[in-house]
Every structure is written in structure tokens, then in C-alpha cells.
Design a protein around this ligand. Structure first.
Ligand code: UDX
Length: 462
């Protein structure tokens, strides 16, 4: 038991991108639900978009307090500035609580902000890194760091597949783009490689996935570096029987959900009839690809809900957008939505996704078969996982110019929703959803791992 009036206090620090805020915020809320004092820390302008009644919110400077990343001259400059200004404000934050009832006992930080470990060390408190990618992707980077794979990884069309323990043979086009084309993303890559070089120095390394979902990679990594699986970190109302007001949404939207009545629109569709199309928060879809999507979705003859962020409406192909008549009944285009509510809706029968790791976990947890159309970063590996490991759908193939053609879009949707394997995809989807729910429900593997972490904090009495 903790000393009367004192609780373990964990500060959770996130990188200010939607795909990072969501899982780290969710982790903060889980700690609070288990009786800890939990404080979520991110940049001042990001804090404004976060709602919660159960956790504390504190700003941490990235050095661009009036607008963040968009004000930085380059990604390198942004990451460097965040490290300098963030280390100072994070130290000030820990200092602020030192003589209070709840001094900070642990800092949990995003894997893009590994410098937070030095702040934890300075104060003699626990340090915990949270990986926002899968265990398989982490394992791949770890093998490169250990020199067990050469870098950059050259894997041409005709080459033998790459073998990495715990992962099915990796072929050309399936590697994380940071590894296949390091020159494209050198700033992020150097932070990521630096982070893997320190993996054995953090007190805890958490991963947003579960032992059940990634059993083979977890086994392969446990001989090298044990990841503590704590996911899927999605709001509990969508993945377990435990529910409270806090658990029904992530509680952070960098963009406001559309005013279009998309949920009512879904209410009027048949079960499993709608294609939900979304490419996450970061991808910019070129005009030529938007045109192909519009034609491909039309070819499917199915209703669709399509998230198209930051896209000028007047450039949309004719017939895509409307507020009545035939086009409106067939397809609805919105700028942003509550993706969890959409995926949980009975009308949605296929998730056409870029396979960002959060979207992938959400599709799995809500039991929706998927078409994977990866764009960059870890997404090609996630699409492979959905297709080859979980058997939840198919991966779309781009043409030589890198475009997903209308025919390919139609083919993939057909295969997932009506093809020979569609029943198998639906059955696998509901099985994996059950397992994902089991991991985070009371007594499940991820829930137990979080409890064990808390027990260690409490035992150390800080
Ligand atoms: C990126 C990477 O793609 C991902 O693989 C990495 O692990 C984290 O950073 P992003 O591209 O934004 O993230 O994709 P994703 O990881 O899927 O996160 C997007 C989040 O935005 C999801 O949680 C999703 O629910 C949410 N979302 C998306 C909405 O709430 N509404 C929308 O309309 C679209």
C-alpha cells in the first residue's frame, strides 16, 4: 500500500503528432484509472486540444511555443530545439513537484524524445520509453543496431527475402521506408537509431502492442531485449467491458471532426456494407491519387466514407462531395472524423488504410477487415502483418509510378468484402478483436504488465 496521502506520480511526455498523442494519452489515462497521479505533458499549443478530467496537463516547450513544427526551419532544427527547450522545461516540471505531496516518481516518454531519460536520471527517478510502433518493427531496428543486418538495407525485387527472427521473410517493398530509403528521412532516422542504441539503458521499455498479437516477435526480442507489451492503447470503451466517460474517446483532436452527420449517414447503411477510407494524420495524397481513388471507389459500387484532410474541396473529382441526391448516398467525404466511432459502427465492412500503427491496432481491436495501402515509415511492415500474420485482409499494390490504380482499389475492396476469402477475413477479424480485447481487459496480459509496472513504482516508494 502507498503511504496515506501520497501516490506514485508519473509524467508522460509525448511528441505532438496525432499518432503519438493518442497512445501516450491513453497510457496516461490507464495509469490514472489504476490510482496513480498521472500528468500528460506536451507542447503548449497541443495541450489546448486535450480534454480530460482524470489526468493533469502540463506544457513542455519545443522552443516554438507559438505554433510548433510549422515554425521550425527544418525537421533537424525542430528535433534539436525540442531536445534543448524540452529538457529544461521537463526538469522544471519535475522540480515543481519535488516538495509536494506527489513528487514525480517516473517519466514515461515517447520514443522520439529519448533525451527525457537524462532528465529522469538527473532526479534519480524511473525512466520508461514507450515505443509507438509494433514489436516487429522494433525488432528489425534492434537487429540493425546490433549489426545483425547491414544498413541501409538494400533489398531489390529479385533478392532473396530477408530473415529476421519472429517476422515472416521480408521482401522488397516491405521494409520501413526509413530503412530502405534513409536519405528521405534522415532527421527522424538519426533520432530513432540513437534511441535503439540506448534501449538497454531505460528502466522500462513499453510497446503499444500485445503479447498475443505479436507472439513471435515478442519471443524473438525477449532473448535480446524484453519489451513490456502494454497495448493496444485505444480507449477502453472500444476494447473491454470497462467503461467510463473518459474511456469513450482518446480525448485529443488536432483537427475538429467534420460537421457532416457522418454517423447518422452510417446509421442508414446496411451492416458491413461501407468502405471506410483514411490515411491518418500525416500523409498528403497527391491529386492524381485522389482521382484514382474517386474512380476506384465508384467502380466498387459500394457506399464509402472517405477522410480527406487538408484537401481543397473544389479540387475533388465531380460527384465526390454533395449534400443530397445520388452522390451523397453513395459516398461521403469528410476532413476528419472520430475514427473509433466509425470503425465501431456496424455499417463499416472494410477499412482502406495506410496502416499507421494506431489505425492498424484500431482496425484489429474493432474487428474490421482491411485493405493496406502503406505510404511511408513503418506502414509497409504493418500492412504485411495485417495480411500475412493476422490474415485480416490484403495489401494493395502500386503501379510503377507508385499509384494505386482505380482497378487495383476495386480489386482489393472486392477481395476483402465479397471475394472467396471474405468470410475468412471476417472470421479472423472477430477472433483477433477478441484477443486484443482480452489483452487489455482486467487480468489480460497487457493489463497485468501495467499492474506490475505500477507495483514496482509503489515498492520503491517513490
Ligand atoms: C504516424 C505513423 O503512420 C504510425 O505508423 C506511427 O506509428 C505513428 O505516427 P499517422 O500516420 O497519423 O501516424 O497514423 P496512425 O498511427 O494511424 O494515427 C492516426 C490517428 O488519427 C489514429 O489514432 C486515428 O484514430 C486518428 N484519426 C485519423 C482520427 O481520429 N480521425 C481521422 O479522421 C483520421
Amino acid at each position: 500500500m502507498e503511504e496515506q496521502g501520497k501516490r506514485s506520480h508519473v509524467v508522460v511526455l509525448t511528441y505532438p503528432a496525432q499518432g503519438h498523442i493518442n497512445p501516450l494519452l491513453q497510457f496516461t489515462k490507464r495509469l490514472a484509472a489504476k490510482g496513480l497521479r498521472a500528468t500528460f505533458a506536451t507542447t503548449p499549443y497541443t495541450i489546448l486540444s486535450i480534454r480530460s478530467t482524470t489526468i493533469g496537463l502540463e506544457p513542455i516547450s519545443d522552443g516554438f511555443d507559438e505554433g510548433g513544427f510549422s515554425l521550425a526551419p527544418s525537421t533537424e532544427a525542430y528535433l534539436e530545439s525540442f531536445k534543448t527547450a524540452g529538457s529544461k522545461t521537463l526538469s522544471d516540471l519535475v522540480q515543481k513537484f519535488i516538495h509536494t505531496e506527489d513528487p514525480v516518481t517516473c517519466i514515461v516518454y515517447d520514443s522520439l524524445l529519448p533525451w527525457a531519460m537524462d532528465v529522469a536520471r538527473k532526479f534519480g527517478i524511473y525512466s520508461a520509453l514507450l515505443l509507438t510502433v509494433s514489436a516487429s518493427v522494433s525488432s528489425l531496428f534492434w537487429h540493425i543496431h546490433r549489426g545483425q543486418l547491414s544498413f541501409p538495407v538494400k533489398l531489390e525485387e529479385d533478392d532473396q527475402p530477408l530473415t529476421v527472427p519472429g517476422i515472416p521473410p521480408i521482401r522488397h517493398g516491405e521494409l520501413p521506408t526509413f530503412l530502405a530509403r534513409p536519405e528521405d528521412q534522415s532527421a527522424y532516422l538519426s533520432v530513432i537509431m540513437g534511441m535503439y542504441a540506448t534501449l538497454d539503458q531505460h528502466d522500462f521499455v513499453f510497446c503499444n502492442s500485445s503479447e498475443e498479437l505479436e507472439i513471435e516477435s515478442v519471443k524473438a526480442m525477449s532473448g535480446q531485449w524484453p519489451l513490456v507489451m502494454v497495448g493496444p492503447l485505444i480507449p477502453l470503451a472500444y476494447s473491454s467491458s470497462h467503461q467510463s466517460e473518459e474511456d469513450t474517446a482518446y480525448g485529443a483532436n488536432l483537427w475538429d471532426p467534420s460537421n457532416e452527420p457522418y454517423l447518422q449517414w452510417l446509421d442508414q447503411r446496411e451492416p458491413n456494407s461501407v468502405i471506410y477510407v483514411s490515411f491518418g494524420s500525416m500523409a498528403k495524397i497527391p491529386q492524381a491519387q485522389v482521382e484514382e481513388f474517386a474512380s476506384g471507389l465508384k467502380l466498387t459500387n459500394k457506399p464509402f466514407l472517405w477522410v480527406l484532410k487538408d484537401y481543397p474541396k473544389d479540387k475533388l473529382p465531380v460527384g465526390c462531395l454533395g449534400s443530397g441526391g445520388e452522390t451523397f448516398r453513395r459516398g461521403l467525404v469528410v476532413e476528419w472524423c472520430n475514427q473509433l466511432e466509425v470503425l465501431a459502427h456496424r455499417a463499416v465492412g472494410c477499412f482502406f488504410t495506410h496502416c499507421g500503427w494506431n489505425s492498424t491496432l484500431e482496425g484489429i481491436s474493432l474487428g474490421v477487415p482491411m485493405v493496406g495501402a502503406p505510404i511511408w515509415s513503418d506502414q509497409p511492415m504493418n500492412a504485411k502483418f495485417v495480411d500475412e500474420v493476422l490474415g485480416l485482409g490484403v495489401r494493395a499494390k502500386r503501379d510503377e509510378a507508385g499509384i494505386l490504380t482505380a482497378r487495383e482499389i476495386e480489386r482489393c475492396v472486392h477481395e476483402v468484402m465479397d471475394g472467396e476469402r471474405s468470410d475468412e477475413f471476417r472470421a479472423n477479424a472477430s477472433n483477433w478483436a477478441e484477443r486484443a480485447k482480452g489483452s487489455v481487459s482486467k487480468g489480460g496480459s497487457s493489463d497485468r504488465n501495467i499492474e506490475e509496472f505500477i507495483a514496482k513504482l509503489v515498492k520503491r516508494g517513490r
